[in-house]
Design a protein around this ligand. Structure first.
Ligand code: ADP
Length: 260
């Protein structure tokens, strides 16, 4: 547990929200949203009040991960009520934009939607708001990183060199904006064949830990490539909420302890 502090310059500007942490990746498809979802649930299981904001404009996945549908209710003026899944308050660009909306039209609309989701959502009292960032390190990410003071950032990567190069850019981006790096997670770290128990390092192994050491930031854990995790994610039954004592959930629980 982090000690209660008087508001510092880094304190969140969102009313009622104590800390905002960003989950980021240098590229898409590495498991950033899966990590954000399960880390949020692991933090919530420690008794913290948690919200999660899906700012992944190109592929909002929190509605599916949490099994939530529908438009957020407008409660007053422009203020929206977040939906709730497994005890976590959820707001997603996916609740607002139809899946078929062309990206070219999404862009500008989406940036203002993100601002609205940060500022005009009735989050209530939250210990931590977890933000699932858009992938990459371009202008949109920088804007997001600066939109609200961040208590820290978690970088998700696969073990491959290419993903790690992008992860390094992510670390550099947050350092430039003076956001503390809470650590790096290696997702799809290895695979255990369920029938034989043999282990395969499909995308290599250990690259993220080495990168974390090299950059002098904490290493937060290895999440294996796992079919059960993937199936639960796809069916809106996130593994930390539905199989809390399983080996994968324990990795997320440890991650939650390390970042908090
Ligand atoms: P990103 O947010 O980086 O684009 P996602 O979290 O959406 O990535 O993951 C991409 C796909 O990979 C999803 O179908 C997800 O269920 C799957 N996936 C992510 N992590 C794992 C894992 N450790 N094991 C198996 N499948 C995973």
């Amino acid at each position: 547990g982090r000690p209660q502090q008087a508001p510092s310059p880094k304190a969140t500007l969102i009313q009622g929200v104590k800390h905002v942490i960003a989950i980021a990746s240098g590229k898409g498809g590495v498991g950033k949203s899966t990590t954000a979802c399960n880390l949020a649930l692991a933090l919530a299981s420690q008794g913290l009040k948690i919200g999660i904001l899906d700012a992944d404009i190109y592929g909002p996945s929190l509605p599916k991960l949490f099994g939530l549908h529908g438009k957020p209710r407008v409660i007053q003026g422009r203020t929206l009520a977040p939906l709730e899944g497994f005890g976590v308050k959820v707001m997603s660009i996916g609740f607002m934009v139809e899946e078929e909306t062309p990206m070219i039209w999404r862009g500008p609309m989406v940036m203002s939607a993100i601002t609205q989701m940060l500022r005009e959502v009735a989050w209530g009292e939250l210990d931590v708001l977890v933000v699932d960032m858009p992938p990459g390190t371009g202008d949109a990410q920088l804007t997001m990183a600066q939109a609200t003071p961040l208590a820290g950032a978690v970088i998700v990567s696969t073990p491959q060199d290419l993903a790690l190069i992008d992860a390094r850019r992510g670390v550099a981006m947050f350092r430039k904006t003076e956001v503390p790096i809470l650590g790096i997670v290696e997702n799809m770290s290895y695979f255990i064949a369920p029938d034989t128990g043999a282990r395969y390092d499909i995308f290599g192994h250990g690259g993220a830990r080495r990168e974390a050491d090299r950059l002098g930031v904490p290493f937060l854990g290895e999440v294996p490539l796992d079919m059960n995790l993937r199936e639960r994610s796809d069916s809106g039954q996130p593994i930390v909420a539905t199989e809390p004592d399983g080996p994968q959930s324990r990795v997320y629980q440890e991650m939650a302890r390390l970042v908090w």
